[in-house]
Design a protein around this ligand. Structure first.
Ligand code: GLA
Length: 337
């Protein structure tokens, strides 16, 4: 079989998973064009990799810039895909003006809350009914053992209740949108406990939150399948839905700093296939709680993991290769029926 035939003969990923969960990809201005055919054929959900972050949507106060985000939403609608919104409140990729007054001093709690409300109601309101799930708050749990919430401008200026306020503002703007708390290292037992604790406390306060986003930036060995399962079980015990929001499986573990590989080694390829197969076999068991699985990219020709966290290093974390052809991992996770 030549390459083109093998590309055409494979089943549609999202069709294979239609009884399980939506299959999504993060896109950007380049990949919406360069991976258009893959997106249309294999995915039924998209997320903007960067284009709906606060610094992109509101670079200056009250100067919103929706052009690219609008194009993505239109693309999703044209191709009958769902759209995930990412992200409203985050310590990163948020413009400095949010946290300052015009003369450069620190904004008051009231000013920051007003700005947060304006941002959320403008953005969520604009796409009301067109974005089915929003990552409302991203990454507020600290990675260390002794700290619960991460230090951030939001926490310092507003206090802990910035989190619940964000969810309430989002719910006011679109009462039907599903609202998510999203984080990484979400399967690390201690961090998982903290995420659970945070979300539980929100539920106890009747905060409108509907799900937990497990980012899923994983590698060939970490987190273990047992830790992933334990995290899913723990989050699901809150009665919320779960989405894998940013899945990719780096071929490098955290201690591997090699920069000389021109392609993944045979061992990496084999381990990645096995990992994807085991992971999908496990998450299929949880189709009642997992509603969507989004990859943080489409094909290995573009991934945010190129040059990150190690400069000058290519990575191959996705299911389609650098030529946009399906990898064996793809075949393994789509041939279970
Ligand atoms: C985090 C964010 C994403 C993205 C990735 C890196 O996971 O939630 O928006 O910035 O980091 O691409």
């Amino acid at each position: 079989m030549n390459q083109l035939q093998s590309k055409l003969n494979i089943p549609s990923f999202s069709d294979v998973y239609s009884d399980y969960f939506s299959i999504g990809a993060a896109i950007n201005q380049r990949t919406i064009k360069s991976s258009k055919q893959l997106l249309i054929r294999h995915f039924n959900s998209i997320t903007a990799e960067n284009e709906m972050k606060p610094e992109n949507l509101q670079p200056d106060e009250n100067k919103f810039s929706f052009e690219i985000a609008d194009q993505f939403v239109a693309f999703a609608e044209e191709h009958h895909m769902k759209m995930r919104g990412h992200t409203l409140v985050w310590h990163n990729q948020t413009p400095d003006w949010m946290f300052k007054t015009q003369d450069g001093s620190v904004a008051s709690r009231e000013l920051l809350l007003n700005r947060m409300k304006t941002h959320i109601s403008t953005v969520v309101g604009r796409y009301k009914g067109r974005i089915h799930s929003w990552d409302v708050v991203n990454e507020v749990i600290d990675d260390s053992e002794d700290l619960f919430l991460r230090k951030s401008n939001y926490l310092e200026i507003v206090g802990e209740d910035f989190i619940e306020k964000a969810f309430r503002f989002a719910h006011e703007a679109d009462s039907k949108a599903l609202l998510f708390y999203n984080d990484y290292n979400e399967c690390h037992p201690q961090k998982c406990d903290k995420i659970y604790k945070l979300v539980k406390s929100l539920l106890e306060k009747q905060v409108p939150i509907h799900g937990i986003g497990m980012q899923g930036h994983w590698n060939l060995t970490s987190p273990t399948l047992d830790n992933i399962r334990a995290a899913i079980e723990k989050y699901a015990s809150l009665g919320l839905q779960i989405q894998l929001t940013e899945l990719d499986i780096s071929v490098f573990d955290s201690t591997d700093g090699r920069t000389d590989l021109k392609e993944p080694t045979t061992e990496m390829i084999a381990l990645q296939e096995e990992r994807y197969e085991q992971l999908f076999s496990m998450i299929r068991e949880y189709r009642d709680v997992i509603s969507s699985v989004t990859f943080w990219g489409v094909a290995d020709d573009y991934t945010w993991l190129d040059n990150f966290p190690v400069k000058g290093r290519k990575n191959w974390p996705l299911l389609f290769d650098v030529n946009q052809l399906p990898k064996k991992s793809f075949q393994k996770i789509t041939s279970f029926r």
